[in-house]
Design a protein around this ligand. Structure first.
Ligand code: F3S
Length: 413
């Protein structure tokens, strides 16, 4: 690889052994992907921020980098942790996991990461602009950064994101290059998309077919907002490995058809209509006995607007006492919700704002055992997918308002 003078100095150890090791990792990665050179990155979003992903080995490794003097040279945010730092006892998280998570968060913070612990860094201040190169992990955040913000990132894993945070570099390959960002599959919409839930269903259907190809959506409404597009991206990256999508007239690299496809014809096309919508909902609804005891919304983490909608729907209502209702959200959104009175409304109903974590990155097997959960109800296609596959809970999958109704009655139908 062609290294600039600063990168050569890093490789020669002029910036210390931690930086030297980090640039070595990136050089090896670049060689694997035949990158010609490095590119400077402006921000990091760190996967492996939960001890459920990092494990004991990863936690030890991060602590070692801190103890050796490693310091992050660019803005770095953290993905969700294994628990809500205030409510871990209520959640049923074992103390051993809490202790390890505290050590991991402390080590990242000492190196300079902002300990938000959320999968929506773009809602809490890590907001790269169009064309900026970044090194992000977390599939739902990556697809949002590439597609909605127009920033450029590959799908980073823990070691490469850590190495980029320590050096401010990443190898220039994959989605950092314009030629790999053109659309491949045209998606015709024959369904009116109204709620964020609808966007998740669309994303789940399309991701399954597209794999890692770049889909281009025609007829996504211009008024589609952050909440809808984050649900779309998260689902695309769950059933497939989509890291970038375009929505013509909506996302910044697809103002026209020509721009979306780089002046070429799409390689393929597919249609999403009523039949595909219903099939996807049926596929993700695996529970059958009508009885529910855990409802989770906020996957990806809820914005303050979503919290406001939930507060409106729950005002003067009561969640069934047999049901735990989690609204997963960044800590920053909760602080705003406290000030606006939404937290009080939500918690008076019996629901809980859960910060810093989510079921997929928490020790769910232990939590299920401690709390006796027998199913999971959600409006998120991503969470429905993982609940059924990763921790084997039958799933009720429906819109936010249906999830709320079910939480109040304790029954799905
Ligand atoms: Fe975020 Fe966890 Fe869902 S990381 S996208 S809330 S699975």
């Amino acid at each position: 690889m062609n290294l600039d003078q600063e990168e050569r100095m890093m490789a020669e150890g002029e910036f210390g052994p931690v930086v030297q090791d980090a640039i070595e990792i990136l050089i090896k990665l670049g060689e694997i992907y035949e990158a010609e050179k490095m590119v400077k990155v402006t921000s990091i979003h760190m996967p492996g921020s939960s001890v459920m992903v990092a494990g004991e080995g990863g936690t030890r490794f991060v602590k070692q980098q801190t103890d050796r003097g490693g310091r992050f040279v660019i803005q770095t945010s953290l993905n969700p942790a294994a628990m809500d730092f205030r409510r871990w006892q209520e959640m049923g998280v074992p103390l051993a996991i809490v202790s390890m998570q505290r050590q991991l968060t402390k080590a990242y913070s000492q190196m300079g990461a902002v300990a938000h612990h959320t999968c929506v860094p773009y809602l809490v201040g890590n907001v790269p602009r169009l064309g900026e190169h970044v090194a992000w992990g977390e599939s739902s955040a990556i697809v949002f950064a590439n597609s909605v913000l127009g920033a450029r990132t590959n799908r980073e894993g823990g070691p490469s994101a850590l190495a980029s945070a320590l050096t401010g570099r990443t190898p220039l390959y994959g989605l950092h290059l314009g030629e790999n960002r053109v659309g491949k599959v045209l998606v015709h919409l024959q369904v009116k998309l109204t709620t964020a839930f609808d966007y998740g269903i669309l994303g789940y259907f399309v991701g399954k077919i597209c794999g890692d190809k770049v889909p281009v959506f025609r007829a996504i409404p211009r008024e589609a907002g952050v909440d809808e597009l984050k649900m779309l991206g998260a689902a695309l990256a769950t059933s497939g490995a989509v890291a970038l999508f375009h929505a013509i007239g909506v996302t910044p690299e697809a103002l026209t058809d020509e721009q979306a496809f780089g002046g070429k014809e799409p390689e393929d096309s597919l249609t999403f209509g009523e039949k595909e919508y219903d099939q996807t909902v049926d596929f993700l609804t695996t529970a059958k006995n009508d009885y529910l005891n855990l409802v989770v919304v906020g996957c990806p983490h809820s914005s303050i607007e979503e919290i406001r909608s939930i507060a409106q729907l729950l005002a003067d209502k009561k969640i069934n006492p047999e049901v735990d209702f989690w609204v997963c959200t960044p800590l920053v959104a909760k602080v705003i919700a406290d000030r606006m009175g939404y937290t009080q409304i939500i918690e008076q109903s019996g629901a809980k704002l859960i910060c810093d974590t989510c079921p997929v990155l928490a020790p769910m097997d232990e939590i299920i055992k401690a709390k006796g959960y027998t199913s999971l109800t959600t409006n998120s296609a991503k969470l429905a997918h993982y609940a059924a596959g990763k921790f084997s809970l039958p799933v009720y999958f429906g819109s936010l308002s249906r999830c709320l109704r079910a939480a109040m009655t304790g029954k799905w139908n």
